[in-house]
Design a protein around this ligand. Structure first.
Ligand SMILES: Nc1ncnc2c1ncn2[C@@H]1O[C@H](COP(=O)(O)OP(=O)(O)OP(=O)(O)O)[C@@H](O)[C@H]1O
Ligand SMILES: [Mg+2]
Length: 369
């Protein structure tokens, strides 16, 4: 289904390393990439999902809109970090009127913040999407009104700080999503079609600068979501800075192969990369093991990875080796119509890993809730 032009939104992924902007025109012919840009943020502008330097972030976003000549002011953004929690809970939804209160009371048990300090959002999942859990009496659930409900809680002050930086430059935040759900939307439009895997479990893993997000899905429904584990590319940069006594930019270059490393540095670099990557893989694996313990009959067929940090040499092979699951890149541009006279395909390919969340956001429309 196409989205009328007026209802389209700009996808704006405000990451801790860089801001990504994606605009997609969606009409009968398909989804066409209209605009794309990335702008780096100054180091420390966002730390652990919290805005530290709002003015600098606003001005980077403003410049990005200006340079790309983006006219649409309505944006979809996402939040993540430690102040956001997504959790699937079981709720009896018989009392339609009181559902919000029921979910609020129930969510209170799972949320480590004061319920008055958070914005709560929820999505009642369809009954046909019950998955087999070892500790659930399925037959009784199918006839009852107990449903899986995805609850998202985000601390109000964090939400407000994102709103403020946008309103400061006269952008209109229409949708506030969560990185891992935007990623799921990007995956849905870009996944390679494979009839044998249509109803299988898939893991989506995003490794950015400061966080790893995990979303395990089946038939486009999330079984399990970790919004933010405190790991990412910045761990390597930080250790390179302190061990090699170099600045942020130089450490980034060493990490991404933009500057040759000498013999004295080689062992240190390799040790840092190996120890950080093994931490990432351990974390991903422990989340997968948790899913297996909750859904013993499920089997994850594929892992799709995104985020800038997946560019670390050897990471994907190591992840695949340790989990025994094949690992693929999530290329969010794969099924978009791209005008090659307007976009540099090599640049898009280079940026594809870190653009998945922004593409997912650009798919949202004014009419979404
Ligand atoms: N080719 C590469 N090899 C290794 N690391 C890379 C490469 N390109 C980018 N990175 C790293 O990826 C990270 C940025 O990724 P990304 O843009 O996905 O993060 P972000 O969305 O801004 O951050 P976050 O989501 O954690 O807030 C940085 O740590 C950067 O150094
Ligand atoms: Mg990110």
């Amino acid at each position: 289904m196409s989205i009328p032009r007026k209802k389209q939104l700009i996808g704006l992924d405000i990451g801790s390393f860089s801001i990504k902007l994606v605009e997609i025109n969606h009409n009968k012919k398909g989804r066409r990439l209209k605009n794309f840009g990335v702008a780096l943020l100054p180091e420390g502008a966002i730390v652990e999902g919290e805005i530290q330097r709002p003015k600098e972030i606003s001005s980077v976003i403003k410049r990005l809109f200006h340079n790309l000549k983006v006219r649409n002011k309505k944006v979809a953004i996402s939040i993540s970090g430690f102040s956001v929690i997504a959790k699937k809970i079981k709720v009896d939804i018989s009392d339609e009127e009181g559902i919000e209160k029921t979910i609020r009371d129930k969510a209170e048990e799972y949320i480590p913040f004061d319920i008055d300090d958070v914005n709560l959002d929820f999505d009642v999942l369809e009954p046909e999407h019950f998955f087999e859990q070892d500790n659930v009496d399925e037959a009784s659930e199918e006839t009852s009104n107990v449903r899986d409900v995805m609850v998202v809680a985000a601390k109000k002050d964090i939400v407000n700080s994102y709103m403020e930086i946008l309103e400061d430059i006269r952008l209109v935040p229409v949708i506030m999503d969560v990185d891992m759900f935007a990623l799921q939307n990007a995956f849905e439009i870009s996944k390679p079609w494979d009839p044998q895997n249509e109803d299988k479990c898939i893991a989506l893993v995003d490794i950015g600068a400061e966080k790893i997000g995990i979303n395990i899905i089946k038939e486009n429904i999330s079984l399990f979501t970790r919004v933010s584990c405190p790991f990412g590319g910045m761990q390597i940069t930080g250790q390179l800075m302190s061990k090699l006594k170099v600045g942020f930019e130089e450490a980034e270059k060493i990490k991404t192969g933009g500057r040759a490393i000498n013999e004295n540095e080689k062992d240190t670099v390799e040790e840092i990369v190996a120890s950080v990557v093994s931490e990432w893989v351990r974390e991903i694996k422990s989340n997968i093991d948790f899913v297996y313990s909750t859904y013993p009959d499920e089997s994850i067929e594929k892992i799709f990875v995104s985020g800038g940090a997946i560019g670390i040499a050897g990471f994907k092979d190591y992840l695949s080796m340790e989990t025994g699951i094949p690992v693929y890149d999530l290329n969010p541009f794969a099924n978009l119509i791209i005008d090659e006279s307007r976009f540099d395909i090599n640049y898009l390919n280079l940026m594809a890993p870190q653009s998945a969340v922004a593409v997912g956001l650009a798919l949202r429309s004014v009419d979404d809730k």
